[in-house]
Design a protein around this ligand. Structure first.
Ligand SMILES: *[C@@H]1O[C@H](CO)[C@@H](O)[C@H](O)[C@H]1NC(C)=O
Length: 147
């Protein structure tokens, strides 16, 4: 019994990881938008169809406002360095990001009616997981005024 509960938990976490485990194309759709500003959150998230797996509003999403080439470089030599011990990398360059947070509504909004508030943050070093030398998961960012 203990074992089956344990393997159930393992299965659930494997499912969550695979939902979260993205491709480079999905990463670009979800996390890169060169030149984006904070007021564009609602429109961009809607236009790109960024929702939770079972079609509910995503509570939080971050966009890197740099171009695709600059973001991809994080996974290559010079563009990023290893970060922590889970195979992540942190960018050497600093980027401007836009954090989009779902506006709580009562009753809760469902896609395509999700509304977001955006906040711009500058001087962020980006932390990603790379696969085949391309970012596939956005792990976060770190404020840094020095490299
Ligand atoms: C992408 O960004 C990098 C770094 O800011 C810049 O050097 C490069 O010219 C940009 N490329 C394009 C296609 O805009």
């Amino acid at each position: 019994m203990k074992i089956s509960i344990f393997s159930g938990v393992l299965l659930i976490s494997a499912a969550l990881i695979s939902v979260d485990g993205q491709t480079w194309a999905q990463f670009q759709n979800k996390h890169i938008n060169a030149g984006m500003t904070a007021v564009q959150c609602t429109q961009v998230i809607k236009a790109r169809g960024i929702v939770n797996p079972r079609n509910s509003c995503k509570v939080f999403n971050t966009f890197i406002t740099g171009n695709v080439t600059a973001v991809r470089a994080i996974c290559g030599k010079g563009g990023g360095v290893p970060h922590g011990n889970n195979g992540m990398r942190i960018s050497t360059a600093r980027f401007i990001i836009v954090d989009c947070k779902l506006v709580n509504q009562n009753p809760p909004a469902v896609p395509p009616h999700c509304q977001y508030n955006g906040v711009t943050r500058d001087n962020r070093r980006i932390i990603v997981t790379c696969k085949n030398s391309k970012p596939v998961h956005f792990n976060g960012s770190k404020y840094s005024v020095t490299t």
